[in-house]
Design a protein around this ligand. Structure first.
Ligand SMILES: NC(=O)c1ccc[n+]([C@@H]2O[C@H](COP(=O)([O-])OP(=O)(O)OC[C@H]3O[C@@H](n4cnc5c(N)ncnc54)[C@H](OP(=O)(O)O)[C@@H]3O)[C@@H](O)[C@H]2O)c1
Length: 310
């Protein structure tokens, strides 16, 4: 099968599309859950083999490519997955099911940019019925991050929340999720042309200027852009960042790091199928043009995700 791999860190030119061995279902190793005494009854025990239809690019993919981070090389990249089950040892998933998954490739080395991906069942959810698999591939990492960062913030209904980087993948989903939960959301974007789309997601006030943010106002800030908006935070407000930027000097400011969660994926899928959460695709690239996909994504300024088609 073909997979997108790197043998060295660097620019898009280090990305290679190469033939590697297929995962073999008959040699699947026993997972920790399988080897435990109550493995038979453990929910989620087992593994699933997925034929990949699409993935999407996330900042972690280019950072893992460019920076000296992550598992030993060579390694297959990719966190997002949308595809079709071709083998399963888990009762929750049957051959032919449409699925999505998020794999924490940076920590585990289990990349999704391969034509066949073998995953533990705890990483999977059934794909939204209302999306193509190309659209569904935009949801796992960004959506799970947004759900978990908002859970860490716990903004109350009618609280005022500021989301930075709100036209981005995580920010755009976080605005929609918070708005649907009854939170009053304002947003900071990077450029004026992104203001309207974030308003449509439910943000009340959207600006591209930090100077225009009201001082001492927000009960909660979710920073996805690494921009210092602490002067807009109310006294005692909470501050969660998912960006790489150092945390501001604010009491209780914390980072949120995304965790694999089929439960959070299933929650996102339900919202999408109920018409309560929108995803956006900015561009599609075939697997063979993965270098161009990276260049496009890293140039920034997108309103929507870059999708890789297998
Ligand atoms: N901690 C975690 O577990 C976790 C999980 C997922 C993502 N992340 C990180 O979270 C960040 C966002 O991820 P993402 O997938 O949402 O990326 P993304 O889709 O590229 O979105 C980032 C957004 O921030 C905007 N932006 C940049 N500088 C800004 C500024 N000064 N003011 C306002 N907006 C600004 C960008 O606009 P332009 O494109 O116009 O610059 C873009 O719309 C990345 O750093 C990513 O690595 C962390």
């Amino acid at each position: 099968m073909r997979a997108v791999r790197i043998h060295a860190h660097g620019g898009p030119e280090v990305l290679t599309v190469e033939e590697i061995a297929d995962p073999e279902p008959e040699s699947w190793p026993a997972s920790d859950a399988d080897s435990s005494a109550d493995a038979e009854s453990a929910p989620g025990a087992g593994e699933v083999l997925v034929r990949t239809v699409a993935s999407s690019l996330n900042p972690v993919d280019w950072k893992t490519r460019a920076w000296d981070v992550g598992p030993a090389l060579p390694v297959t990249l990719g966190w997002d997955l949308a595809g079709i089950v071709v083998a399963s040892s888990a009762p929750e998933f049957a051959v032919g099911d449409r699925v999505i998954a998020m794999s924490a490739q940076l920590a585990t080395g289990l990349g999704t940019w391969a034509e066949l991906v073998r995953l533990p069942v705890r990483l999977l959810a059934h794909a939204p019925r209302t999306l193509t698999l190309a659209e569904a591939a935009t949801l796992p990492l960004a959506g799970t991050t947004a759900v978990q960062a908002l859970a860490a913030l716990r903004p109350e209904s009618r609280a005022r929340l500021l989301v930075t980087g709100a036209a981005g993948a995580v920010g755009g989903l976080a605005v929609q999720l918070a708005h649907r939960a009854g939170v009053s959301v304002d947003a900071l974007v990077s450029r004026p042309e992104h203001i309207e789309v974030v308003r449509e997601f439910g943000a009340a006030t959207v600006t591209h200027s930090v100077a225009e943010l009201p001082q001492g106002t927000y009960d909660a800030v979710l920073d996805t852009a690494g921009v210092d908006v602490t002067r807009a935070l109310a006294d005692g407000g909470s501050y969660i960042s998912v960006s790489d930027a150092p945390l501001p000097d604010v009491a209780g400011a914390a980072k949120s790091y995304v965790q694999e969660s089929s439960k959070d994926l299933a929650e996102l899928v339900d919202l999408v199928d109920a018409g309560r959460l929108k995803v956006r695709v900015a561009a599609h690239y075939p697997l063979t043009e993965v270098r161009a996909a990276h260049e496009h994504f890293e140039a920034g300024g997108l309103s929507g995700k870059v999708v890789l088609l297998f």
